[in-house]
Each structure stands twice: as C-alpha cells, then as structure tokens.
Write a protein that binds this ligand. Sequence first.
Ligand SMILES: [Zn+2]
Length: 145
Amino acid sequence: MSLERIREKRFWPWEFIPFIPRDTAQAIYPYIYLPPKTYKELLDGKGTPRLQAVLVHEQTHLDRQEVTGPLLWVVRYLLDKRFRYEEELIAIREQMAVLAAANEELDISAFAQKLSGYIYLRMISYEQATQDLETMWINAKRSRG
Ligand SMILES: [Zn+2]
C-alpha cells in the first residue's frame, strides 16, 4: 500500500476530540491516520501483518466513503449505529482475511470489547459482537484454504 494516503495522527483535530483515542487508526477521506508509534513502524519498514490488516481495514472505510460521499458517510456513521456497525463489520471482514492469510491469532474477546465499547458509542452488545466476530473469523480461516 502506498504511503501517499497515510498520515500521522497528531495535532489538529485529534487533540480536540477527547473521546477518540490517540492509539487507534482512523479513516477520514482521503487519508488514513495512524497513531505516531504505528506510523513510525510503517516508515521504518516494520509493517507487520497486523499493521497491514489495520491498513486494509481503514482502506475499506475510505473506499466506502468514496462511494457514499465522505460527508454523508461520516454523518450516517455518527448518527446511525446500525450503519456504523455494518460498516465496521465490512472493514473487519477485510482485516480478518489478511490476519488469517498470515496465520495470525485473533483475540475475539478483546475485539468484541472494543466494538461494543464507548469508542464506537456503544453500537452493539458485547454478546452480539462476540457472536458475529466468531462467525466471521471462522469463515476467514476457512477461505484461507
Ligand atoms: Zn473501522
């Protein structure tokens, strides 16, 4: 993936949005913002499959934003928790394909915790997220062959 669309996540506007953690990647068309530590790893050529998987996740958001229109996408993402959850699952499916292909492990419980937590404005229950992630992970490993 080219570095052209990847930016370091620092300064404006991140410092002014207190509920968005600095250590999480974000896609806001047309850029992917990475936490400083992750960005440095990428520049140093230390991109692990995990980092590649995150980039693929964020790129999926960018692709979707481009199709829907970035502003409309962001508004719907913020206001409609079902849309938000579906968009996350679409991006996570791509992310899981990369992880499965690289034989990485996935901590479903921690993932479900994050998805059901405050970062995503409590868009889904922990139980439902766990169930969906487990199914998707099994499918990702299965289609790895
Ligand atoms: Zn996402």
